[in-house]
Design a protein. Sequence first.
Length: 443
Amino acid sequence: MTVFGSGSENWKEPSSPRNNGIMHTRREFLAGAIPIIAFKNDTLRLVESLIAKTGEVSAEDEQFWMQIQEAFTLDRTMINFNNGGVCPSPRVVQDALIRYLQYQNQAPSFFMWRNLEPEIESVRKRLARAFGCDGEEIAITRNASEALEICLNGFDLKPGDEILTTNQDYPRMITTIKQRELREGVKMVQVNPPPTPKTQQELLRAIENGITEKTKLILICQVIFMTGQIYPVRDICRMAAKRNIPVIVDGAHAFAQFPFLQSDLECEFYGTSLHKWLMAPIGTGMLFVKNSRIETLWPLMAANKEQAKDIRKFEEIGTHPAANHNAIAEALTFHELIGPQRKAERLRYLRSRWTTKLINEPKVHFTTNLSPEHSCGITTVNISGIKSADLAAWLWDKHRIFVTTIAHDQFEGIRVTPNVYTTLDEIDRFSAAMLTAAKQGIA
Ligand SMILES: Cc1ncc(COP(=O)(O)O)c(C=O)c1O
């Protein structure tokens, strides 16, 4: 078992191109550091021992989840049900981040470039293990937008070439395609898949129907941010591969929400946030590019010709904090401790606790298909007769429950995204408030 809070895996004796090969002993290294190593996180020790004692911990084992709840530094005067936007990091991740920030600020060109930056390689390997790919296929970015814009801008296209996507994809990715339209005369084609499909085949068909002989690139989401709908990524990638059309997968909401590997998706280009469901430091993301495709994709910021086949060419962004990407390691450890499967089951358990109380209310409508193959921790719901913006404002003003609203031509709703730190009491307060709104209105 990993020892939490020690950050020890990151404190190897560094040797990198940037330190001119000078090696430091661990003692020398620590002597130069401020007192940062004494940190211990008792909560996580307890969680580890709970798992060790009980073996299997279930989605409903409140003794276990209470420890997870305590691992965060939240404002419990509010109920944060907008984890879809960005998630808080647990204390261990915050502590690692602060530790690295303080360490690097002693003399960044020495401590950061020489000692901290090389550790990006160990983070790369661990992300690759979590995604089930080769370390040489993972670039660490600052968010999903950066990873996906690398892909969307990285293909050479001619005027008239079509980029196919949906009208439920993320606005910034749509804006990226629109900029290519303005600049180069490529054309965006947006299909309109059903927001609440009964089968995933409906989604595959919707994408397939948008393909023409001019389609040169496809952008799809693994999870739709508006509804939490999970897409049949592998089927779409296989269908497109037969036609020789590359597919960029927007996994901003998928990675670490529920378990899967790259081999389950058979994707070649995948971008995700790490500050959402992995709960890594804010300002972290990941790009996967299949080995054989790295050379074919331009980086967003220029890299040397010699780097053409090197995944690191996508990280040539100039000076940046090493603290952020190194603290991803703590987030991975926290995530692995909970267990990806257990986490997904907990998210579904929390969801069913409130949805079952509302499902028979005639005025309550779910845009999200609630069955597990279609969704996990994200649910979009509305109450007929109440505008979702008004419902969200009422939930906040009267109940201090924070949700975001979703507006689309065909549907609208509030998007509800609890997280592993959410308590059952918070879920119950939300369902009680929603029942009041559905039965009595919010006037
Ligand atoms: C589907 C989707 N793609 C991309 C993004 C952009 O993510 P980031 O803010 O990490 O760049 C988001 C953010 O919410 C999203 O929901």
